[in-house]
Ligand binder design. Structure first.
Ligand SMILES: Cc1cc2nc3c(=O)[nH]c(=O)nc-3n(C[C@H](O)[C@H](O)[C@H](O)COP(=O)(O)O)c2cc1C
Length: 319
């Protein structure tokens, strides 16, 4: 087994500061968390709400990398400097968000519409950012008609600290298999630069990670995992030779997450909503509990929610 750094992928609405605190308390294995994006403007880098998510005092004990979504280099530079002044060493730029409202404004994956504009943005950003590192999280392009190598030649012109490649086009959304062959071509070209190359996409088991690194390890310096870690929070521990996820752990995690959201004052209805977002992933561990999962997603009151979780967790075999 080849060991490489593992990063927890940003997932908007899910990997909040509260979530990170609970997860890290039980599963300290990931080497860093990438935070869901913020959209700063020239007046304000962080809103009061975002400060509670991103300031180091709410993210103690682990490494956090803030992520910025913008198409204006001066906004990005200002955000980097503010975030570096809070003590962050790295800021990540989002070049991959596939959401329609984001892309239509030319942000996220929409930045990949026009290679010249992307080059101008990166030139404006990298020529002014001081005091910390910049990493990029990218998709292959907007559609299959785009040539990912065109973007890669642009990334290669700048001192990109780390490049997280989610090898799908924007038009793929999260469907189909990641296009590994494109990742490899991009990484082969970028190998000549001093950029850490990070693979992101669809890793769900220790065996899959091993296979990927056994076959292509020379082109993968680190990996970033999102949904695989939501579904199986012990994935990195297991991959690094530790115990597999136990049922009781997931039950513990469910209780801690729920208490955390209630303690934040979210209220019963909003807490249930947040927990349902997590159950989209946790539920994959319980294929034989379809009826209880249906009840859980229908639950409006805490008593109904708790009754459904009790049924889901009440089975005798571990896994
Ligand atoms: C609910 C959800 C929210 C996401 N939010 C973000 C985000 O804020 N920033 C970002 O760069 N990627 C975001 N992503 C993409 C993930 O970081 C990751 O690239 C993607 O899920 C593929 O990795 P995975 O297959 O390991 O989950 C999000 C994905 C999901 C499913």
């Amino acid at each position: 087994m080849r060991n490489v750094p593992v990063y927890y992928a940003p997932m908007e609405g899910i990997t909040t500061a509260g979530f990170r605190g609970v997860i890290h308390g039980m599963y300290p294995e990931p080497d860093a968390y990438y935070a869901p994006f913020i959209q700063p403007n020239l007046k304000k880098v962080l809103t009061a709400k975002e400060k509670k998510e991103l300031l180091p005092e709410y993210n103690q004990g682990f490494m956090l990398v803030p992520q910025v979504l913008t198409d204006a280099p001066e906004e990005f530079v200002r955000a980097c400097h503010a975030l570096f002044s809070y003590g962050y060493k790295e800021v990540n730029l989002n070049l991959g968000c596939p959401s329609g409202t984001v892309v239509s404004k030319g942000k996220g994956a929409g930045m990949l519409r026009d290679p010249e504009a992307l080059d101008r943005f990166l030139d404006g950003a990298f020529s002014k950012v001081e005091g910390g590192d910049v990493s990029l999280k990218v998709r292959l392009g907007l559609t299959e008609e785009d040539d990912p190598m065109e973007y890669v030649r642009i990334y290669g012109k700048y001192p990109v600290k780390k490049l997280m490649i989610h090898p799908r086009f924007r038009s793929d959304l999260y469907e189909g298999k990641p296009r590994l062959e494109w990742y490899l071509r991009m990484a082969e070209y970028l190998r000549q630069f001093d950029t850490e190359l990070c693979f992101n996409g669809d890793m769900t088991t220790a065996e899959e990670i091993d296979q990927l690194l056994d076959e292509h390890g020379e082109l993968i310096d680190s990996i970033m995992i999102g949904r695989g870690l939501l579904t199986n929070p012990a994935l990195v521990r297991t991959w690094r030779g530790g115990e597999e996820l136990r049922l009781e752990e997931l039950r513990d995690l469910e209780g801690k997450m729920r208490e955390m959201y209630l303690a934040k004052g979210l209220g019963e209805a909003n807490t249930i909503c947040k927990m349902k977002e997590l159950w989209v992933y946790w539920g994959r561990n319980f294929p034989e509990k379809e009826k209880a999962k249906k009840d859980l997603f229908k639950a409006k009151r805490m008593a109904e929610y708790l009754a459904a979780t009790a049924v889901i967790f009440s089975f005798d075999k571990g896994y």
